[in-house]
Design a protein around this ligand. Structure first.
Ligand SMILES: C[S@@+](CC[C@H](N)C(=O)[O-])C[C@H]1O[C@@H](n2cnc3c(N)ncnc32)[C@H](O)[C@@H]1O
Length: 260
């Protein structure tokens, strides 16, 4: 099993300053430091309390600093890290999206890197790279992952069937993301979490043996002249739809608990 960061365990990685923390810290220092109480058009920005020591307020200034510094602050104001905005509060109860992803025989390392980037953003559990799918370290993976390959937990497996069996035994629903005839529409699908979704080769798709092992087949609607999307694009569509569904489920559960 590969471990992001060359042998570091998840706990080590969790202890390190997150990219979010570094970005928040950068914003604070450019703004003159949260403690100085400067005020700007954004008002108070709150870092999401993922990391206790960055959960304080930051005050961004557009006031009395030199023009160059003001422009830099304004540029940062337009690119505030998502988790430093009030929009992020809807995800505060979600530590991880209980979804693992298998990439089986994905031949392009750029597509693999792109999956790492999306996997990090959507907060999935594990990215499993099976068959011929390339693995870090790789210059091409790093080019599209842009560092996300260091943050996402991943495993390399030669035999996807074996991991499918293990995940099913642990209570995971297994879903093939494929353009098969028996597939349900992504937006109608009611997944059961925890979930394992499998994506296939750029041209051949998923093989029949693996398709047969899956509980569900899921298809992304295609309204144009093409039958399929690029596999990494399909990954983005599916993982964000799953995040949307899981967030709604969490909200409904929260509301039900409030009523008890
Ligand atoms: C480019 S597709 C492979 C060709 C595809 N089997 C076809 O019928 O054209 C590569 C992978 O992307 C995913 N994919 C792309 N578009 C999809 C869609 N509309 N629905 C479901 N999966 C899709 C699947 O995981 C598929 O194995």
């Amino acid at each position: 099993m590969g471990r992001p960061g060359g042998g570091r365990c998840a706990a080590d990685i969790a202890r390190e300053p997150s990219p979010e923390k570094k970005r928040c810290a950068g914003l604070t220092s450019l703004a003159g430091g949260g403690a100085k109480g400067l005020h700007g058009s954004l008002g108070d920005i709150h870092c999401a309390p993922v990391d206790p020591d960055v959960s304080g307020k930051m005050h961004v200034s557009t006031g009395s600093e030199p023009p160059g510094r003001r422009d830099a602050v304004r540029r940062l104001e337009e690119r505030v890290p998502y988790r430093a905005t009030s929009l992020a509060s809807a995800y505060q109860g979600i530590d991880r999206l209980p979804v693992s992803v298998i990439l089986d025989n994905v031949r392009s390392l750029y597509n693999v890197g792109s999956f790492f980037r999306t996997a990090d953003a959507a907060g999935i559990e594990t990215l499993i790279l099976s068959g011929i799918t390339g693995r870090p370290p790789s210059r091409q993976i790093a080019k599209t992952a842009l560092g996300a390959e260091e943050a996402v937990r991943w495993e390399g497996r030669d035999q996807p069937a074996q991991i499918v069996g293990q995940m099913r035994a642990r209570g995971y629903e297994i879903a093939a993301i494929e353009t098969s005839l028996r597939a349900v529409d992504l937006f109608d699908w009611q997944p059961h979490f925890p979930l394992c979704v499998i994506f296939g080769h750029e041209v051949e798709g998923l093989g029949p043996e693996l398709l047969d092992l899956c509980d569900t087949h899921v298809r992304i609607p295609m309204l144009g002249i093409k039958h399929s999307l690029n596999v990494a694009t399909a990954g983005g569509v599916v993982l964000y739809e799953l995040l949307r569904k899981y967030r709604r489920l969490s909200e409904e559960r929260g509301a039900a608990e409030c009523q008890v």
